[in-house]
Design a binder for this molecule. Structure first.
Ligand SMILES: *Cc1c(COP(=O)(O)O)cnc(C)c1O
Length: 393
């Protein structure tokens, strides 16, 4: 059995070719190895494999060929040396923390992170003596100011959710490294097709494969990507603790990656059209989309990203009532908080994803009552515009 290995090819090629698995049967598409364990030929072979003296598959909590194929394809797309797949995006962030942090360490993270990530940091990391401070993603000097002698990790999400604030990855990486800390970037919104944080100086990338990597709303999955010396400790945690990726989910995401470049391009085109249309509507107060020249970090986004992404947020005039009216009026878009799907989804963050946050904290985070977030899918943009038009008139 062997994996095709390619370097220096275009992302479109890597997406369909890198990590391709070939067994003795010569299957053209990637096989799904739905097995929990693997047999060995002799007691000696078992002993050599268990003690890592020879490579090979033992048990799918450790490694599985279909999972390896997904890891190799994703690593190639991110320009990373190694990747380890996890059961979900949160399992990736947990495993990264368990592998690289210990009691007494300090983390600087961007404010406005994904809700479960904040919960993980504040409720669980703190239980084990890891302290987290938050800094504005758009202000690198705030990251420098937040550093303490025991700062070990910077954790950044860009663009942020739901306000699409764009952080300067290279500037924040330089600050992390000047203080001996690692920078991890959650690259869920952009995917490696639009942004490669490792090439901008980040040490690790984390993914929720549940979003664009699968891209069709079918499975949960995640990954940590980076230099082998940084990914290996994550693997050792995963192998012991077990938040490993199911081979079936790995296979779904492996096939999802093949269309990722095409899908991301289409998501960006549709999102830009929707954002431009929204900006011209009198009922709309403000649009948040990095692809619009009115976005505060538009120039940085142009430099750092190959597109504005698929997430568009905007404020409707009239606060919560107007926002709910619009959410209730759409007939095509799905009312669900998931994102990164072929199908467009619409959410009212103040009463859903940020519903348990206090009104003061919500105001401080800029989540106003009229705010709506749309994850723009692959339907025709004119149909999406017509759907919103109904809700606004
Ligand atoms: C969804 C999401 C996660 C968590 O991923 P799961 O696969 O749901 O565990 C982490 N970060 C971001 C930015 C997300 O959107």
């Amino acid at each position: 059995m062997q994996f095709d290995d390619f370097d220096d090819l275009h992302p479109e090629t890597l997406a369909v070719r890198a990590g391709t698995l070939r067994s003795e049967f010569g299957e053209h598409s990637d096989a799904l190895h739905l097995t929990s364990s693997f047999c060995v030929g002799s007691a000696e072979e078992a002993s050599l494999k268990f003690t890592n003296q020879i490579p090979g598959y033992i048990y799918s909590r450790f490694t599985n060929p279909t999972v390896t194929a997904f890891e190799q394809r994703l690593a190639a797309l991110e320009g990373g040396e190694a990747a380890i797949a996890t059961a979900s995006g949160m399992a990736a962030i947990l495993s990264l923390g368990m592998a690289h942090l210990k009691a007494g360490d300090h983390v600087v993270a961007s404010n406005g992170l994904f809700g479960a990530t904040i919960q993980l940091f504040n409720t669980y990391f703190s239980k084990f003596g890891v302290e987290v401070s938050y800094a504005a993603p758009t202000d690198p000097s705030a990251w420098a100011a937040a550093v303490k002698p025991n700062t070990r990790l910077f954790f950044l999400e860009t663009p942020s959710n739901p306000l699409t604030e764009v952080a300067d990855i290279a500037a924040i990486a330089a600050i992390a490294h000047a203080h001996g800390a690692l920078l991890a970037v959650d690259n869920c919104f952009c995917t490696p097709i639009l942004q490669q944080p490792l090439k901008l100086g980040a040490d690790l990338v984390v993914h929720s494969g549940t979003k664009y990597l699968d891209g069709q709303g079918r499975v949960l999955g995640g990954a940590v990507v980076g230099r082998k010396e940084l990914v290996d400790p994550v693997y050792l945690f995963l192998r012991t603790a077990g938040p490993s990726l199911s081979p079936f989910n790995a296979w779904v995401m492996l096939k999802g990656l093949e269309t990722l470049p095409l899908r991301m391009r289409a998501h960006c085109e549709n999102a830009l059209k929707l954002a431009q249309w929204l900006e011209a509507q009198p009922q709309i107060e403000r649009v948040y989309y990095p692809g619009l020249p009115s976005h505060p970090q538009h120039e940085l986004a142009q430099r750092q990203q190959k597109g504005g992404g698929g997430i568009v947020s905007f404020e409707v005039k009239g606060g919560k009532d107007a926002a709910w009216k619009l959410v209730d009026a759409v007939t095509l878009m799905s009312r669900t908080a998931n994102l990164g799907d072929t199908r467009t989804t619409i959410t009212h963050p103040a009463t859903t994803t940020h519903g348990r946050v206090s009104p003061e904290a919500r105001a401080a985070a800029g989540i106003r009552d009229g705010l709506i977030r749309i994850s723009v899918g692959l339907e025709h943009p004119d149909d999406l515009i017509a759907d919103l038009q109904r809700g606004l008139s």
